[in-house]
Design a protein around this ligand. Structure first.
Ligand code: SAM
Length: 333
């Protein structure tokens, strides 16, 4: 998934540095926490290496993705796929609120794709509630729906706005595709504010990847949140935002981030803590160093990388400026 702050392109840097600091090699049996999990790519990587992963995110669509990636193990039945892909379209909540044909004034999906999404989402809920599918299958297909539908969204990248005209990738007929199932130990997944959760769990390595700036994930991915929950919320404004006051992150505000970070570090019952942050974030690098140094031995590793702006419809990739990614490390005293 194309996700703000995804660490997909930094995995090598993370893995090399974490191994250097901890000495833990692939195959070692330890507990790895990925508590700002997002797409779950970091936790997946550590599950595949043999760790027991604890994943968490405040967003429900991310929880669903991680329920599948972290808790499911092969072999999962794929028999439902064809049935779901051939359901008759339904004029449900997605069509009625995010497609133009319903008169909603919003253009997030074509009418056909919105109705297909509704049909699959409604059928999955029915199958789960009636006990015809268990939690593993439910989250397998629901995670696959969240991941698949995102590829057909008529947005520039996030759901803060929709495009006026339907772009090429959004015009294609929606097809549900199944996500891979990661081999390894089944871990645990939570959907909580990290500062609450951290008081209840523990482990060996904690990886932290908070938001860096004021862009709240609840606003940027509100449509995926509603597809994931399918709770028919009241929507407001041109873009159809749901009320997400419970999901506003303290890590997205200059006023609250330092205290939230210190609270997190002081309460984390993990021997090794790694924090991804770049040089343009709300917390200054000095503040991070000062806070982490209070709780043990602190070091920092850096990697420069080029930032790219993708202009997919024009088939161009434009190199923008470069930025420095930091991995701050703490061995807790
Ligand atoms: C930079 S992204 C993580 C990206 C992830 N590492 C990946 O590679 O996909 C930050 C994530 O933190 C989550 N988040 C923000 N504030 C949170 C909080 N207080 N508790 C739990 N999760 C939070 C956001 O929903 C978002 O998914």
């Amino acid at each position: 998934m194309n996700y703000i702050g995804s660490k997909y392109s930094l995995l090598d840097f993370l893995e090399t540095t974490i191994e250097e600091v901890t000495g833990y090699k692939s195959g070692a049996n330890y507990v790895f926490g990925d508590l700002f999990a997002g797409t779950g790519i970091v936790g997946q990587t550590y599950k595949a290496k043999g760790c027991t992963v604890i994943a968490n995110d405040i967003q429900y669509y991310s929880y669903i993705l991680n329920k599948h990636f972290i808790e499911n193990i092969p072999e999962l039945d794929t028999g439902l796929l064809e049935k779901l892909n051939t359901l008759s379209p339904v004029e449900g909540f997605i069509y009625n609120n995010y497609c133009e044909g319903s008169g909603s004034g919003r253009n997030y999906f074509t009418n056909e794709n919105g109705m297909k999404c509704d049909a699959i989402r409604i059928e999955l809920e029915r199958l789960h509630t009636s006990g015809e599918i268990d939690d593993h299958i439910y989250f397998y297909y629901l995670a696959s729906l969240v991941n698949s539908i995102d590829k057909y969204a008529n947005t520039a990248s996030v759901y803060g706005a929709f495009l006026k005209h339907i772009k090429k990738s959004a015009q294609k007929e929606f097809k549900l595709e199944l996500l891979p199932v990661i081999s390894g130990k089944a871990g645990r997944t939570y959907n909580e504010d990290i500062n609450k959760l951290v008081r209840k769990i523990g482990g060996d390595v904690l990886y932290l990847d908070p938001p860096y700036n004021a862009r709240q994930y609840c606003s940027n991915y509100h449509v995926l949140e509603t597809i994931a929950r399918y709770d028919e919320p009241e929507l407001t404004g041109i873009t159809g935002l749901r009320n997400s006051s419970e999901q506003k992150s303290k890590f997205c505000s200059k006023r609250t981030v330092d205290a939230a970070f210190e609270d997190l570090i002081s309460n984390a019952d993990f021997k090794y803590i790694f924090l991804s942050y770049n040089n343009e974030g709300l917390m200054s690098l000095d503040t991070i160093r000062e806070i982490m140094s209070r709780y043990g031995e602190y070091t920092v590793f850096t990697k420069d990388y080029k930032r790219f702006k993708a202009d997919k419809d024009q088939n161009r990739t434009i190199a923008a400026d470069s930025t420095t990614e930091y991995l701050h490390c703490l061995i807790k005293a």
